[in-house]
Design a protein around this ligand. Structure first.
Ligand SMILES: C[S@@+](CC[C@H](N)C(=O)[O-])C[C@H]1O[C@@H](n2cnc3c(N)ncnc32)[C@H](O)[C@@H]1O
Length: 261
């Protein structure tokens, strides 16, 4: 029987760790983050995977989190986005394609402190012709001049901030203290790697994004917060619903009071 290899279905039987989502029971369909792309966009994503498989520059967020972002951005026209941690450009490309579909120019400001990552992701940005929609800056996510630089490119306050950077406890607290105040009312912060399992990613061994998220939430009781798979301690097995063992933290800044109420 001929194997169905439409888009990401080619990874359904791929044993490499990066493709774990596609091997989960029942996940032999193409998720909307890929099925919604044009042929040309998909070819760029495919080539990006081939190149980063070869170079072993693998650090992108995964299908469950990207799908969350996709639904959120496109379902609500989130068009003032900041991403802390660009890496080699996976979510930069996919968010850029979403912004282009929505006609939202200057919609994503993404930064990375590693010049090599900025060079790689800028090459993909050029190939995808997304420069009207995305700016990549070589910057530290904790630098006080980063929020004004983002606001200048976006033309205002971000309404969505995606934190996927150092995974260090202290740096994550600094990021939250720096970026939450500049978030637009009603805005959202998504933090990747908020689980107990992902605490190992903290090279300072201080408790990672998980500890930072839990402590910051406790000290800001006015902020709506949810932690998905915070309790995950292993990659093994499958999780009942949200599939990413690395977890996802969500912070929602209350909107201004409705003048009618
Ligand atoms: C997990 S990767 C980001 C993946 C990306 N969000 C994606 O989905 O494609 C983390 C990146 O954050 C960068 N990084 C780490 N600490 C940082 C900091 N303090 N400021 C800016 N970038 C940082 C690293 O260089 C690395 O490229």
């Amino acid at each position: 029987m001929e194997q169905d290899c439409f888009r990401s279905r080619c990874w359904t039987t791929d044993p490499r760790p990066r493709y774990w989502w596609h091997r989960l029971p029942g996940m032999d369909y193409v998720p909307p983050i890929y099925s919604g792309l044009t042929e040309e966009e998909w070819q760029i994503v495919r080539d990006w995977f081939d190149e980063t498989d070869e170079s072993k520059r693998i650090g992108e967020c995964v299908v469950p989190m990207m799908s969350f972002l996709h639904g959120f951005i496109m379902g609500n026209r989130a068009d003032c986005i900041v991403q802390l941690g660009t890496c080699s450009g996976y979510s930069m490309l996919l968010i850029g394609f979403m912004l282009r579909r929505m006609g939202a120019r200057h919609g994503l400001f993404t930064l990375d402190c590693d010049p090599e990552m900025c060079a790689i992701s800028r090459r993909w940005l050029d190939r995808a012709r997304l420069d009207d929609f995305v700016r990549i800056e070589e910057m530290n996510s904790t630098a006080p001049n980063a929020p004004p630089a983002a606001a200048q490119f976006l033309g205002g306050a971000p309404n969505l901030v995606v934190v996927d950077s150092s995974h260090e406890y202290a740096a994550t607290l600094t990021e939250l203290d720096l970026w939450y105040p500049v978030l637009a009312p009603g805005g959202i912060i998504f933090l990747h790697d908020t689980s107990c399992f992902a605490q190992d990613f903290d090279v300072t061994h201080a408790g990672g994004v998980h500890r930072a998220f839990v402590e910051w939430r406790e000290s800001h009781p006015d902020v709506e917060a949810i932690l998905l798979n915070g309790e995950s301690r292993t990659m093994e097995g499958t999780r009942p619903l949200y599939k990413d063992a690395c977890g996802l933290g969500i912070l929602h800044k209350p909107a201004m009071p409705d003048p009618a109420s």
